[in-house]
Design a protein around this ligand. Sequence first.
Ligand SMILES: O=C1O[C@H](COP(=O)(O)O)[C@@H](O)[C@H](O)[C@H]1O
Length: 266
Amino acid sequence: MALSGVKNDRGELRILENLDELRTDLADYIAELSEAAVKERGVFAIALSGGSLIGLMGKLCEAPYNKTVDWAKWYIFWADERVVAKNHSDSNYKLAKDGILSKVPIVPSHVHSINDSVSAEEAADEYMFVIRQLVKTRMVSVSDISDCPKFDLILLGMGPDGHIASLFPNHAVLDETDEWVTFITDSPKPPPERITFTLPVINSASNVAIVVTGESKAEAVHLAIDNVEPNCPSLPARLVQPTKGKLVWFLDKPAASKLDNLQFSE
Ligand SMILES: O=C1O[C@H](COP(=O)(O)O)[C@@H](O)[C@H](O)[C@H]1O
């Protein structure tokens, strides 16, 4: 049975009994947001991450979602990408292509992956240019309080160190506010070269979901969500605070096991 509720100002928490329930709840959530965005804007602009998230999205390729989701209206982006060849096992694009994109009728020209044949800096600049063009044509909305793109949904995972996208704890990249997309060449988690959405872009989205499973991430979940003293100002996951959008956490029970005072309705 699922527990759900709102925790402080840290968004909605959905704590699922097991991975199967989490996969179903996540697929329902994505399908509902897709339907709402297509109804309102005619398109659905979604940014993916890599890692365990993609496997947890797998139910989207199965009935009923494979038939009911309006895949032709999806525009796909990456909240972060490793700067490696697209056929490399570290590529977030490859992970999503093998796990999801090749199994549903997405329009190939709607898939916006990075240029893998240039430097990390050039790849970030080019990716920002591509997004800028799509903002101009309103395939991606624009925030009404900043000039940032407003994605319909940004899906994030979280590492045991609290990193989201390729925004790592205590890294200067957390202070980047001028660019929509930036790059790093010293990721503490291999591979070292990556591009990433910056915090202003993540926090301008209409919806952000952080999907976390496993006991190894329970401490980071606690630090990212609970009112802990001293606060963890540089824990990237804690800095996800959509200005006008909605934040939802999808957790399994082991990931939620260190949260304080859970008082939710079942
Ligand atoms: O390196 C990365 O790690 C995070 C977390 O991955 P997970 O396997 O622990 O879920 C991921 O969200 C990010 O996209 C990826 O580049």
